[in-house]
Design a protein around this ligand. Structure first.
Ligand SMILES: [Mg+2]
Length: 384
């Protein structure tokens, strides 16, 4: 393989910040796994003078590569990873597409959606919340809060995210869940980020204490922490704790984000890997609901309530088994129920599977926040 080819591989594979000496000196740097191909479309290995070795070892597939030990700083390395980029962008934009497609029919039954829209597969205006076509809701708005905080703080800062949630709450959002609203009120009255959600949870009875309000917003965390699964579990749980302290919500966020992190590097069994990683720490209800999906089974009934276990089971099913990102999102939304959130979660998963290039242009063009989400997805790969 030519040096040019290896350099192309490095350009494609290194998401680290060029110029950051700390990232490169002293010990083997922590770099990410991913797919990369040389100029001829083959996998690549070799050495670049001044950079180091490019290794073809991979825990996943033959075409996944690890870049190892660039001992000397190489200023010419340009950070760009096309495959990874397509998938990271796909995860955030898929979330927004599912949210916006589901918004006008939120809480409608499948039969009502069918009667009014046939198979709803394009952005329509008005309906629930009486908004123009392509309008996002709290799912994407809170995901934006998390993504902006990660980029501006260059780390996970739950107090900063809680502040952004409060500012968003003060803007008067048309769609907001009960637990989130209560937690916002407590935050405004002085609770710390890790107190408000805990108090709300302790005062909620079973049946109203494990909503999907934290799972729907958590996918931005999967991008910067995709290669550090201990940290990804920790930040996912803490981000849930701000409003949803129930272990089913907190571990739901962790399992969803681990699954997305696996998809970003094209593992074969993303959900099984995620369940294996959290192991016995995860609540039984979650594991019981998700293990059949990880084995490739499709449950006979898929619920569409706002209960986090139902939302995750249904959305992960649609996100992981559908033949395209569009099919995943359309299927999830047309089930009815909590359509925007189940669509958003399915979209985040399917977007990470298929990439933003597989999302319909007419959907992306209808969403005002598409450009910002694209920009944030790129910036999130450089956080930390
Ligand atoms: Mg919503």
């Amino acid at each position: 393989m030519s040096t040019v080819g290896v350099r192309a591989l490095l350009r494609a594979a290194l998401p680290a910040r060029a110029g950051d000496g700390d990232a490169w000196e002293g010990r083997a740097p922590v770099l990410r796994w991913g797919r990369a191909r040389d100029d001829d479309g083959r996998g690549a290995s070799g050495d670049v003078p001044g950079v180091g070795a490019v290794s073809g070892e991979s825990p996943y597939r033959n075409e996944a590569w690890r870049v190892t030990t660039p001992r000397r700083f190489f200023p010419g390395v340009v950070v760009e990873w096309r495959m990874y980029s397509d998938r990271t962008h796909g995860s955030l934009l898929g979330l927004a597409c599912g949210d916006a497609l589901g918004r006008p029919v939120e809480f409608n039954s499948a039969s009502k959606i069918s009667a009014e829209h046939g198979r709803l597969d394009e952005m329509v205006g008005y309906g629930m919340w009486n908004q123009p076509a392509g309008t996002i809701t709290d799912d994407t708005e809170q995901a934006l809060c998390i993504a902006r905080s990660l980029v501006e703080q260059q780390d996970f800062d739950p107090a900063d995210i809680a502040d952004r949630f409060v500012a968003w709450y003060d803007s008067g959002p048309f769609d907001i869940g009960h637990m989130t609203m209560k937690a916002m009120s407590r935050l405004k009255h002085g609770d710390a980020w890790d107190e408000a959600g805990q108090h709300v949870w302790e005062q909620s009875r079973e049946g109203q204490n494990a909503g999907n309000g934290s799972v729907m917003r958590c996918p931005p965390l999967a991008i910067p922490y995709a290669s550090d699964w201990d940290r990804l579990v920790e930040v996912s749980r803490q981000s849930s704790q701000i409003t949803h302290a129930d272990p089913r919500c907190a571990y739901g966020c962790a399992i969803l984000n681990l699954t997305i992190a696996g998809l970003l590097v094209d593992v074969d069994t993303p959900l099984q890997d995620a369940l294996d990683y959290v192991g016995i720490d995860a609540p039984d209800e979650l594991v019981t609901a998700l293990e059949p999906l990880a084995r490739g089974d499709s449950p006979g009934t898929l619920e569409t309530s706002g209960y986090v276990v139902h939302s995750l089971q249904t959305a992960l099913h649609d996100g992981l088994v559908s033949d395209s990102a569009e099919e995943a999102i359309v299927t999830a939304v047309n089930r009815g129920g909590d359509t925007d959130t189940i669509g958003a979660i399915a979209g985040a998963v399917a977007g990470a599977r298929f990439g933003v290039s597989q999302l319909p242009d007419q959907w992306l063009n209808a969403i005002d926040e598409t450009d910002e989400l694209e920009r944030l997805a790129t910036q999130l790969t450089n956080v930390g």
